[in-house]
Design a protein around this ligand. Structure first.
Ligand SMILES: NC(=O)c1ccc[n+]([C@@H]2O[C@H](COP(=O)([O-])OP(=O)(O)OC[C@H]3O[C@@H](n4cnc5c(N)ncnc54)[C@H](OP(=O)(O)O)[C@@H]3O)[C@@H](O)[C@H]2O)c1
Length: 276
């Protein structure tokens, strides 16, 4: 069968459009504009479960616009139920170890002020792989990539979204076990990753005060220990744990109280200043 020239042209054009759309989805780009979040707006990483899911739930109950990000949001029953019951919750796919995905999400929300960015996603890593004498360096890389580099990438990508907002808060879920003066051995990779996170964010809190882009000078940085929380993250802990709901409520109170004056501090979910 002979295809007339004009029809052939249309088929070729359709093919081009289809392959362009496929290329977009393959790179994680989403061509359509994002839903306009309610105000104020919080963006949370690692919101699929644990403390991140609870933070999303409690901010949603407050009426905030919640951009809840997770590696596989559709596979988190808690997140799917939250988004179904709360129109102010938007789900986004995000792996914090994927620089391209972070940049694409920042572009997708270009011009949207984010009042509070919470770097919550975290990885403890297998205990057996962080035992001296048989350190597994690939496991070390994975823990650092998620806990230290992930928040750093997020900060670079989203600093202007935060700077453009009213509250301007760049908050990080750290851990008391990242305290150098408090440490007592074990979990070397995880401790190192949180100590690194603490230094990076405290350092940026100082550096940003002299930022060439004036709006960035007012960004408030925070490092927050959420307590020992019963999420399945920490195992065989010989002390009583708090629930994710108690932890998230405390973390939100601490975030509310962060100002430029205490920017860069390391504070626990009860508001107590922690030793570095
Ligand atoms: N629980 C505690 O006692 C405790 C104490 C001190 C500090 N923390 C810190 O609190 C934060 C949350 O911990 P949690 O107790 O809620 O732990 P969790 O229940 O294990 O949740 C960890 C979250 O991080 C996400 N995540 C891991 N790697 C990721 C990546 N590459 N990209 C995006 N998301 C990723 C997980 O997503 P998936 O569902 O896709 O795996 C999950 O949503 C962590 O930063 C942790 O270090 C926890």
């Amino acid at each position: 069968m002979k295809i007339p020239g004009r029809t052939f042209g249309r088929i070729a054009l359709l093919g081009l459009v289809a392959s362009a759309l496929l290329a977009c989805s393959a790179t994680g780009e989403r061509p359509e504009s994002p839903p306009a979040p309610a105000k104020p707006t919080v963006l949370i990483t690692g919101a699929s479960r644990g403390i991140g899911l609870e933070l999303a739930r409690q901010y949603a109950e407050r009426g905030w616009g919640v951009i809840a990000t997770a590696r596989n949001p559709q596979q988190s029953p808690g997140l799917v139920a939250l988004a179904a019951s709360r129109p102010n919750v938007v789900l986004e796919i995000l792996d914090v170890t994927d620089p391209g995905a972070i940049e694409a999400l920042a572009r997708r929300y270009a011009g949207v002020p984010i009042d509070v960015l919470i770097n919550n996603a975290g990885l403890l890593g297998d205990n057996d792989k962080q035992k001296f004498g048989s350190f597994d360096y690939a496991a070390f890389d994975a823990v650092m990539d998620t806990n230290a580099k992930g928040p750093t990438r997020m900060t670079e990508a989203f600093i202007d979204h935060v700077a453009a907002s009213e509250q301007k808060k760049l908050m990080n879920i750290s851990s008391l076990v990242g305290s150098i003066s408090f440490t007592f051995g074990g979990q070397t990779f995880y401790r190192a990753s949180k100590a690194s996170l603490n230094m990076i964010m405290r350092n940026l809190s100082k550096e940003m005060r002299r930022a060439p882009v004036e709006a960035r000078r007012a960004v408030i940085f925070g490092l927050i220990d959420p307590g020992v929380v019963d999420t399945g993250f920490a195992k065989n802990v010989p002390i009583p744990m708090i629930t994710a709901a108690e932890s998230a409520a405390g973390v939100i109170r601490v975030i509310d109280e962060f100002t430029l004056e205490n920017s860069g501090n390391f504070i626990d979910y009860r508001g107590r200043k922690l030793p570095w």
